[in-house]
Design a protein around this ligand. Sequence first.
Ligand SMILES: N[C@@H](CCC(=O)N[C@@H](CS)C(=O)NCC(=O)O)C(=O)O
Length: 202
Amino acid sequence: MKLLGTNTSPYVRKARLVLLEKNIPHTYLIDAPREPGSQVARANPLGRIPALILDDETCVFDSTVIADYVDTLNDTPILIPRTDALARMRVKRWEALADGIMDSAVVVRIEVLREKAFQDAATITRHNDAITRALSHIAEQLGTRQWCEGNAITLADLALTSMLVYLDLRQTERDWRAAHPNLGAWFARMRERASVKATLEN
Ligand SMILES: N[C@@H](CCC(=O)N[C@@H](CS)C(=O)NCC(=O)O)C(=O)O
C-alpha cells in the first residue's frame, strides 16, 4: 500500500504513526495536493491528504478512516478498542479533540498567511480560543497518566502527538508547555518513540 502525504500535515502524521506503530509495510510518497502533477485528486476526490492507496487501487480516506482500517489489519497493538463500546468511544473522542485542534490551527494558519488587510481577526481569535480551551481540557483529562486511555498506547496518544507537533510547527508563540507542564512531560516521552522520531526525520 502507498500513503500519499506531506511531512507538515498533522493528519498525515497521524496516519503514518498508525502504520509505523503497527509495523504495516507501506510506501510513503510525498505528494502535496496543490503541486502540479499531484496524484492526490485522482486517488481522493476531495483532493486531500492523507490518502492511502491499497494494492488493488482502493483509496482510503480520510485520516480517521485510515486509522480505523489500518488498525484492523493486525492486533499488534490494538489501537482502537474493538469490543468495549465505551473505551472505543473514549479513544475516538480523543482523536476528535486532537483533529478539532488541528482543524482550528489550519484555519488560523490560512488566515495569517493572508495579507494583514484581508485577515479575519474574529475568526483567528475564535479558533485560537477553541485551541486554548481544548488544550486545557486535554491537560486536565490526561493528568499524570502515561497513556490517554487505559494501560497501553492507543490511537488517542498518536492523534494527540500529531496535533502537538503541528502546534509546535505553526504556533510557535503558543507556550502550551508552560500552561500545561503535564502535557509537556507526556509529549516529551512520546517524542522518544521510534515511530514519532521517524516522522520527524522525514
Ligand atoms: N479531515 C481530514 C483533513 C485532511 C486535510 O484537510 N488535509 C489537508 C492537509 S493538512 C489537505 O489535504 N488540504 C488540501 C490542500 O492542501 O489543498 C483528515 O482527517 O484526513
